[in-house]
Unconditional design. Structure first.
Length: 327
């Protein structure tokens, strides 16, 4: 995982493993929507607030905070389907006055994001940071009618792709109940994507009648989701918080992964390497573990040995550009 900006700033994060998982889950639904998956860039935004956005430039941003709020793979896929629905319907984010004057800003942001993706993270990050684009995005919103449209477009695509729309409804319902009892409005996502009970009930009917409604997440996806959450916590949270969330009594793979990352971030390099090596003993062909090992050794000041680990990661996954850049 690599952050494109200092940790304090909102920034894009790149993680080949998380990106591969999200792309794999999303592709059938995007295709079913008539979008070309390879043309949609799904960006991970290092921001603990719950937010996501889509631009007409075919760029979708998911905040790490939103991903962490999803309880199942199907909920995360549901949010992605909804955002893709905005792209498919060519919706435009607007400010409170309902004008589309923010488009040039969003286009610049999109260019920055693309520059970051093209392997020039500094150029991209500078563009992204200079105008606090992501903060501004929180103030923009779609029209209520567009929310309904994105919901239905997302739900139909999920059904055609053989996926349940249950997570899409569940995710919104969770926050609808918070909105009633507390203050979910503080979540930027629900300022830009206003919720209403009418909207949720309009979505629930078609979703529940769909033939794939009863489909459940596979064991593999549940494991991948747990891994995504563990890596985000590990890299983005304070190490103490990660170690509290994943105590040593938890011997699952995600927990051991998260602890290794937390130790690495905490400067406990020997312990981190021990953790990664134990995972590698079980999964010697896992390129992402070799990537992490390379990262730990490199920052410890042993570039030659780091090179060997990164080389191994590239050999195992030659088509992954980020691993190659690390190497
Ligand atoms: Zn929306």
């Amino acid at each position: 995982m690599a952050a494109a900006l200092p940790a304090s700033a909102q920034s894009l994060i790149r993680d080949t493993e998380i990106e591969a998982i999200i792309d794999e889950w999303s592709a059938p639904t995007l295709t079913a929507m008539g979008l070309e998956p390879s043309e949609i860039e799904i960006l991970l935004v290092n921001d603990e607030s719950l937010n996501a956005f889509a631009t007409r430039g075919r760029i979708m941003g998911l905040n790490t905070g939103l991903i962490l709020q999803t309880k199942t793979p199907n909920q995360l896929l549901g949010v992605i389907a909804h955002e893709a629905g905005h792209i498919k319907n060519r919706h435009t984010l607007r400010d409170g006055a309902q004008n589309a004057g923010m488009q040039p800003m969003i286009m610049t942001m999109a260019l920055g994001a693309l520059a970051a993706l093209a392997g020039a993270p500094d150029a991209g990050a500078a563009l992204l940071a200079s105008s606090q684009y992501f903060g501004t995005l929180g103030a923009l919103r779609y029209m209520q009618s567009q929310e309904g449209e994105a919901d239905i477009t997302g739900a139909r695509a999920l059904e055609r792709a053989g996926e349940s729309g249950r997570g899409l409804v569940e995710f919104f319902e969770n926050f609808r109940s918070q909105e009633v009892f507390s203050d979910a409005r503080r979540f930027p996502y629900f300022r830009s994507h206003p919720l209403s009970s009418q909207r949720i009930s309009a979505l629930r009917g078609p979703v529940e009648r769909a033939s794939h409604y009863g489909n459940t997440d596979s064991e593999e996806r549940i494991a991948q989701h747990a891994l995504v959450l563990a890596k985000i916590h590990g890299f983005m949270d304070h190490p103490n918080n990660t170690l509290r969330l994943y105590p040593s009594s938890d011997t699952s793979l995600p927990a051991r992964y998260a602890r290794a990352i937390a130790w690495y971030k905490d400067g406990q390099t020997a312990k981190a390497l021990e953790g990664v090596d134990a995972l590698l003993a079980e999964q010697p062909e896992n390129p992402y573990l070799w990537e992490l090992k390379g990262q730990i050794i490199f920052e410890e000041g042993r570039p030659a040995e780091a090179l060997d680990a990164h080389k191994k990661a590239v050999e195992l996954m030659p088509e992954a550009p980020l691993l190659r850049i690390n190497y």
